[in-house]
Design a protein around this ligand. Sequence first.
Ligand code: ATP
Ligand code: MG
Length: 562
Amino acid sequence: MTEESNRPFNNFITEIIDADLAAGRYDRVHTRFPPEPNGYLHIGHAMSVNLNYGIAQQYGGKFNLRFDDTNPVKEEQEYIDAIIRDVRWLGADWEDRLCYASDYFEQLYEWAVQLIRQGDAYVDDLSPDEIREYRGSFTEPGRNSPYRDRSVEENLDLFARMRAGEYPDGSRVLRAKIDMSSPNMNLRDPILYRILHEEHPRTGDAWCIYPMYDWAHGQSDSIEGITHSLCTLEFEDHRPLYNWFIEKLGIYHPRQVEFAPLIPTYTIVSKRRLIRLVREGYVDGWDDPRMPTISGMRRRGYPPEAIRNFVLLSGVSRSQGRVEFEMLEHAIRDYLNEHAPRVMAVLDPLKIVIENYPEDQVEYFDVPVYPQDEARTETRALPFSREIYIERDDFMEDPPRKFFRLAPGREVRLLGAYYVTCTGVIKDEDTGEIRELRCTYDPASQGGATPDGRKVKGTLHWVSARHAHEAEVRLYDRLFKVENPYEFPEGGDFTDNVNADSLTIIHGAKVEPGLAEAAPGERFQFMRQGYFNVDPVLSTPDHLVFNRIVSLRDTWAKISNQ
Ligand code: ATP
Ligand code: MG
């Protein structure tokens, strides 16, 4: 057991767990993450994974990954594979406990038979429309089905024949016999089984009746010996039903605890809607770096540790509320600021010719890779030559007083190399656009030394023109224009809130030579520009592609004070 003070999770859920352990209700902690494999996981699921796994770890307990795969119409192997990959990437370890509700189909069937025998379930011949109509509404009680009082023998016979495939889809269902006038709609004789002549990704054609999610979920937790079933608030109204099943069956009883879902601002987290963004072409697949999916965030370069920190920062509560998207960006910046190697890349290059630097000379400067961390001394050798690229907006021909970068007659430091002074501006004769600058350098400032105590205010990043590699750089903005994309005017749709300018592609950026060898997905700080990674899908040695993970909050002030 951990001391309260050094527990990563400390919230109303851990209080409940502490109380359960103290009262002897459980003598261990066992959690699970139970996705339906009907889409890709998103940032909200990342919270659930981190919470469930984190709590299990914190109590020295166990964690299961379980697929609640009860609906073969919407589920696919592709989703199962993606979810396994994502949960592993998030850092959760289920050891040998990769579970599937479909592994319990036979047991669930037997339990359904038990309910029938007890007079707690019946086969209903009403059509789906009639069932809906009989169900009543929030303001009106439901009515009993005319088939509700069938004999146990008839129910057993019909249920066996449902399983044997004698009936077409939708012709019959098995229902629990609870209370058609309950104020909780979930207790109005919920459906336990429906007929679906569908192949299942795992059980193939072994079954033509499938358990409803609600019939499978709680019993799967029970079978696995889960102690604390943590789930989102919408399951609160299902809890009495799950309890009813467990009590009628007389089986092991997990405790369910509900918490508010994590929904960042400017973000949609619902598979049903995310799938539309993919299918309707608003994004380029589930792993588009703008998507709030785990696969999108992985491709974008969000570190799993930073996602975990974000989950910890957002906390766990019982009441709904959106978490600022900026908090996620903050967690990512924070992590990368500490861990990302620094490199130089020029996104919008402007050429400088250093007129007093020998034509064929190349010098190598050892520049620190982790200047943010005094304990790390690694350097890389950066080539310097007569022609250099700097960022176009680091030069102004007619600068305001507070502009400390390059301007005619001004001197700046090229990071880790030399002081240079601008001596000339070459323009396109027709358009007036600046094409090139002429500079001189001070040999006494080699390696960024300060000759005769002379200080310069500006330090610029740069790359050697001859040695730089060309790259494509992708800048991302928020996928939605508004804080709450779930809200839209009447007659509209959430897709009306999509930000049409969420992707900017820059061609012809110039990056320092070592970046050509960077591994897919590797993350860097492009000094003064932000954090970037090598796009693991699009980048090749012949065509480098970088994604901007997140911008630097303060691009200029920091470095100019160095
Ligand atoms: P969606 O609304 O995206 O379709 P879901 O709840 O239908 O999600 P499941 O596969 O059933 O998707 O979710 C698996 C687990 O993740 C559930 O326990 C669910 O409570 C939890 N979960 C889903 N969305 C969130 C969220 N936004 N924040 C925290 N946990 C979530
Ligand atoms: Mg669900």
